[in-house]
Design a binder for this molecule. Structure first.
Ligand SMILES: [Ca+2]
Length: 363
């Protein structure tokens, strides 16, 4: 008989009084569904559904932390704690990259040497004064951010939402007791974290960018996490589309609108060859909304929009491959379609398009 997933673990908005406390962990190195995800999270915070405790980058040496700060500032929360991994961590957009783009170098071509960094470095050029860390390497250690924030929060109250690499989560598990807490990382997570929702992995076997790029950290984090983990995987998000609405929204420019408007193909282009654009993760509704689905789950619970399936994701081998094994008492939950994907996309678009409730600033 199929074991039911305890609702208590998956629908915090329904069982906890007050806003859901969220730490957002993002890459912002290539793709830009992270921008939509962070916009959704701010909109949910504006509505009183979420409280954003920190926003950290899972990459090093690029514009990711600065880009996060630009978006935070747009929503009037420029002073949110930010951080990045130290010592280990993804440096470039491509697997095995050993060099980072110099954050002080002139802005490169969109499809040239800057690669995926372009859109985030451009954000920093276009919004000067909205951020403090142009280079993620200059930002505080994500471990300090995580440990300080977790130690200050009530037990079992924090939801971690990761939409990038699992580097920070691995590093957090490996921390020792410090000035914030005598507990080691695993014990601190066990005490404070209600659950972790990760946009990662490929169903049921394959390679997926977030879990592949730093596969060793993915293995350690997925195998060692002591509280429930909800996975929204590549196959779920590929045909949930969002972002066209904000890209075509009337009104003044803003960093969220800029990113979507500058990076999604026109309706006409998609009309000419929809299959080609789907392979590139674009649809008439915009960009595949992998990361935004993770935010919906973190704040509103997995079961509001998705079916839940229990099992275990694990990394296999040493090339970044993962696989899913269904099991009634597995430590992980994988979500699948329940509410039609087009409707989920509309929910996401409505959040992304909401004007900020606070005045721009806070940096
Ligand atoms: Ca991402």
């Amino acid at each position: 008989m199929k074991k039911l997933v305890p609702t208590l673990l998956l629908a915090p908005a329904l069982v906890l009084a007050g806003p859901v406390k969220v730490i957002f962990d993002t890459d912002m190195i290539t793709d830009f569904d992270d921008v939509g995800a962070l916009a959704c999270l701010h909109a949910l915070a504006d509505a009183g559904e979420a409280e954003i405790l920190a926003t950290v980058s899972s990459t090093r040496g690029n514009a990711s932390v600065g880009a996060v700060q630009v978006i935070n500032t747009y929503y009037g929360r420029g002073n949110l704690p930010v951080g990045a991994p130290k010592g280990i961590g993804v440096l470039g957009a491509r697997p095995g990259a050993t060099r980072k783009v110099d954050p002080k170098a002139p802005l490169g071509e969109k499809s040239g040497g800057d690669g995926g960094h372009y859109k985030y470095r451009k954000l920093l050029v276009d919004y000067p004064g909205w951020y403090t860390y142009a280079d993620a390497d200059d930002a505080p250690d994500a471990n300090d951010v995580y440990r300080k924030v977790l130690a200050e929060q009530p037990d079992g109250s924090v939801v971690i939402c990761s939409t990038g690499f699992l580097t920070n989560l691995r590093r957090l598990l490996e921390t020792k007791g410090d000035r914030y807490s005598p507990l080691d990382g695993r014990a601190l997570v066990e005490k404070k974290v209600k659950f972790w929702v990760a946009m990662a992995c490929k169903y049921f076997r394959g390679k997926e960018y977030n879990s592949m790029m730093d596969w060793e950290s993915s293995r350690i984090a997925l195998d060692g996490w002591p509280t429930p983990v909800v996975i929204t995987d590549w196959d779920l998000g590929i045909d949930v589309f969002a972002g066209r609405a904000v890209a075509e929204m009337e009104g003044p420019r803003n960093p969220v609108k800029d990113v979507f408007a500058g990076n999604i193909p026109s309706r006409e282009e998609i009309r000419k060859d929809p299959a080609k654009w789907l392979r590139a993760a674009f649809g008439m509704g915009g960009r595949s909304a992998w990361d935004e689905t993770a935010v919906l789950i973190a704040v509103r619970g997995a079961e509001r929009y998705f079916n839940v399936n229990r099992g275990r994701y694990r990394m296999v081998g040493t090339d970044g491959t993962n696989e899913w094994a269904p099991m009634d008492d597995g430590p992980h939950v994988r979500v699948s379609e329940k509410v039609p994907k087009a409707e989920v996309g509309r929910v996401i678009d409505e959040l992304i398009c909401r004007p900020p409730a606070r005045a721009c600033g806070g940096i």
